[in-house]
Design a protein. Structure first.
Length: 252
């Protein structure tokens, strides 16, 4: 019984240490790579929870199985080293998954915004277009827009889009967000329309808009799409197209 109590104590200690270290590192990665609302749009929260769960199971479980007071200090130290190594590898894999799945660009795609993730980017991206830039380590997605298509491009690119290759991945169409602001504002709809379309969510939308501190007359909206049919709404200022707020509403 005495040995079992020590095993339980070792298990609890491992659980606490794993919770603290894994939680801090993973949470920092989540906040840096998936700023609101991308932790939901791009499944950052799900990957974070999975990483936490795996690390909270692996370390304490190995400790519970291998720990015994009868072992020498050298043997216990060796077991700790093995456990820490396995946990570090699991954490590194979780962080790599978060990094590879993180959102890189939010692109205006003619009548909507689309989120593009690291795993979706084509090879040799940075030699294909001058508008691509390498994200900093602790930086969320940046904004881009698509230029109007030439007549000879429309058929080919439309077929590609129908076949599952979004127009936003056509890097030859990429332009700076600022350069296309007039087009963005032309396509955006007044938020008064949004309130009228969703009467059951009127009070939620109205409160969210009021919290921006900007008059409703100064705001417009466009739908946003990401992978796995995740749809949100982007509210922008109708003077400069700056993004003001995101709403978890499918406004298509």
């Amino acid at each position: 019984m005495h040995h079992f109590r020590k095993k339980i104590c070792a298990f609890i200690a491992s659980l606490v240490i794993s919770s603290i270290t894994t939680g801090i590192i993973s949470l920092l990665a989540l906040k840096a790579w998936y700023p609101f609302p991308y932790e939901k749009i791009s499944e950052g929260q799900r990957i974070f929870e999975l990483t936490m769960a795996v690390n909270l199971i692996i370390g304490p479980a190995i400790t519970f199985v291998t720990f015994t007071p009868k072992k020498t200090r050298r043997e216990i130290f060796f077991d700790i080293c093995i456990t820490v190594t396995i946990q570090a590898l699991a954490l590194a894999y979780g962080l790599w998954t978060m990094w590879n799945a993180r959102p890189i660009y939010t692109i205006f795609e003619y009548d909507r915004f689309r989120v593009i993730h690291q795993s979706e980017l084509p090879q040799n991206l940075y030699t294909r277009t001058p508008f691509a830039r390498r994200p900093h380590l602790f930086e969320g997605p940046s904004l881009l827009a698509l230029r109007p298509m030439e007549n000879q491009e429309k058929l080919e690119m439309t077929i590609s889009a129908i076949n599952g290759f979004p127009l936003s991945l056509q890097t030859t169409l990429w332009k700076s967000y600022k350069s296309e602001r007039s087009t963005i504002l032309k396509e955006a709809r007044p938020v008064s329309d949004l309130l009228a379309r969703f009467p059951d969510k009127y009070f939620y939308i109205k409160k969210s808009l009021d919290n921006t501190g900007k008059p409703i007359e100064m705001l417009a909206y466009l739908p946003l799409t990401a992978r796995d049919k995740e749809f949100w709404t982007v509210v922008i200022e109708n003077q400069n197209a700056d993004i003001v707020i995101y709403l978890p509403i499918d406004s298509f």
